[in-house]
Design a protein around this ligand. Structure first.
Ligand code: ZN
Length: 152
C-alpha cells in the first residue's frame, strides 16, 4: 500500500468516494460501455451531445478507486468541451498514464487530471485510469441513439 501511496492522492480518494456526475442521463444521445478485464472495472458513459458540444456527461458503473476517480474527473474535464477538444484531452491523458508518445505543442492543459501522472509507474493500473476515457472515445464515435437512453 505504501508503494501505491503516490497513486492514492487526496483528490483521487475524494473522487472515488464521492464521484461527481454519477448516475443516469435521460437526455443522453451517445452511450458506450467499457470493461477492464484486468481489474473488473465496469463503466457506462453517457453524453448529451448538442451539435459538436458536450453539454452533459455522466457515468455509472463499479470498479476500483482509480477507475471511479478517473471517470468522475473525466466528466468534470470534458463537460462544455467540443468533441475535438475532448478527443485532444483523451490523447493527452493517454500519454500521461502510459508515459508514451510525444506531447503535442498544442495539447490541452491537464488541470486536475495531472493527479494520475503516477499511474505510468504501475502498468496494471493504466487500464483502470484510462477505461473511462476509452469509453468516452467510443461514445463520441458512436452513432446517435435514436431515443434517449431510458433508465426504466
Ligand atoms: Zn481498476
Amino acid at each position: 500500500m505504501s508503494q501505491l501511496g503516490d497513486l492514492y492522492q487526496e483528490l483521487i480518494l475524494d473522487h472515488s468516494k464521492r464521484p461527481r456526475n454519477f448516475g443516469p442521463l435521460p437526455e443522453a444521445n451517445r452511450t458506450a460501455e467499457g470493461f477492464n478485464r484486468l481489474c473488473g472495472d465496469r463503466v457506462t458513459i453517457r453524453v448529451e451531445l448538442e451539435g459538436d458540444l458536450v453539454r452533459a456527461v455522466r457515468f455509472e458503473g463499479s470498479g476500483c478507486a482509480i477507475s471511479t476517480a478517473s471517470a468522475s474527473l473525466l466528466t468534470e474535464a470534458v463537460k462544455g468541451k467540443t468533441r475535438k477538444q475532448a478527443e485532444a484531452l483523451f490523447r493527452r491523458f493517454h500519454q500521461l498514464v502510459t508515459g508514451h508518445g510525444e506531447v503535442a505543442a498544442d495539447a490541452p492543459p491537464l488541470g486536475k487530471l495531472a493527479v494520475f501522472s503516477g499511474v505510468s509507474e504501475y502498468p496494471a493500473r493504466v487500464k483502470c485510469a484510462s477505461l473511462a476515457w476509452h469509453t468516452l472515445h467510443s461514445a463520441l464515435a458512436a452513432a446517435p441513439t435514436a431515443e434517449p437512453v431510458s433508465t426504466e
